[in-house]
Design a protein around this ligand. Sequence first.
Ligand code: DAH
Length: 341
Amino acid sequence: MDLKNQLNEIERKAEELFEKIDNLDSLEALRIEFLGKKGRITEVLKEMAKLPAEEKPLIGQAANNLKNRINNMLAEKKAELEKVLADQRLKEETIDVSLPGKKIQIGHKHPLTLVTDQIKDIFIGLGFTIAEGPEIENEYNNFEALNVPKYHPARDLQDTFYIDDDYLLRTHTSPVQIRTMAVEKPPIWIIAPGRVYRSDDLDASHSPVFHQVEGLVIDKGISFADLKGTIHSFVTAVFGENTKTRFRPSYFPFTEPSAEVDISCVICEGEGCRLCSSTGWLEVMGSGMVHPNVLEMAGIDPREYSGFAFGMGIDRITMLKYGIDDIRLLFTNDKRFLQQF
Ligand code: DAH
C-alpha cells in the first residue's frame, strides 16, 4: 500500500474509532495511538524518508492535514465528553427542595430547672419573693445563727465540706433566712432555692451536691395554721388536688415546734406500696415555727413577731413528680434521659 493510501486508511480508522469513544481515558489512548511518538502518523512520516524527493512535500502535506484533522476530532470529542460529565454532575448536585428538612434538636430546660421554676411560680402566687445566698457560706450563717451551737453533731466534719475554720460549702439553704433577716425588716415572705453540699457518698438517693428551697415568713400574728395552709396549697399545686398533707412532730434546732411534712404517696395514694414502704406517706420537707433564739440573734423581737420556715429537697420533689428512681440521673447529663422532659 502506498503512503497516500495508508493515510486514507488511517483517516477512515480514526473516524470509526472516535465515533465509539465514550470516556476521556479511551480518548487519551486514541490520541497516543494516532499522534504519539510511536503512533500511526509518525510511522508514516518515517516511511516518507524512503520516498523520492518530489513526492515528499505531497505526502508531508497530506500527513499534516490528517494530523490537524485528528487534532480537531480530539478537541471536539473532548468537549463533548466534558459536557456530558458536567451535565451529569449538575444533575447529581441538584437540591430537591421538597425533601423534608433535617430536624434540628432544640435544647430545653433540665427537669430540676422545670421543677424549681414551678416551685417559684407557686410561691410567687402566694405573695413570696425570691431570695438568694452564696454557696460558700460562713459558719455563723450556716450554723451559729440557726441555733446550731459549736459542738452540735450537725456540724460534724463527716457531713460538712469545710473550706477553712470560718468558711464551708453551705449544707442547706437555711442560711439565706439569716442573710434576709440581716437586711430586711418584717414582714418577710421569701423562698430561697439553690444548691447545697454534703459530704455524702453518691448512690441512688444521695448526692454530695443537691438542691433545696428554703421558705421563711416573719410577720405579726403568724401561727402554725399559716404554715399548714401554705404548705398544703403548695403540695396540691405540685402533686394534685387530692394529695393529702400530714405534719409529724420532729426536731430542728432553728424551729420550735418542728414538724416533718409528709404527703400521701404519689404512687399508691395512701394504699401502701414499695415507694412509701407500705406506709402510704412520703416525707417531703422539714418545717416549724422559727425559734425565738433565731429571731433574737437576727435582731427581731420574738414578742412582736413570729414566723414559720420550711426546707425541702428539689431533687426529691422532682423525682417524686416524674417517677425518677435514681438521683444520679439528674446529674449525669444522659441525653436519653433528659430528652424526655
Ligand atoms: N435545713 C433543713 C435541712 O437541710 C431543712 C429545714 C427544716 C429547713 C426545717 C427549715 C425548717 O427552714 O424549718 O435538713
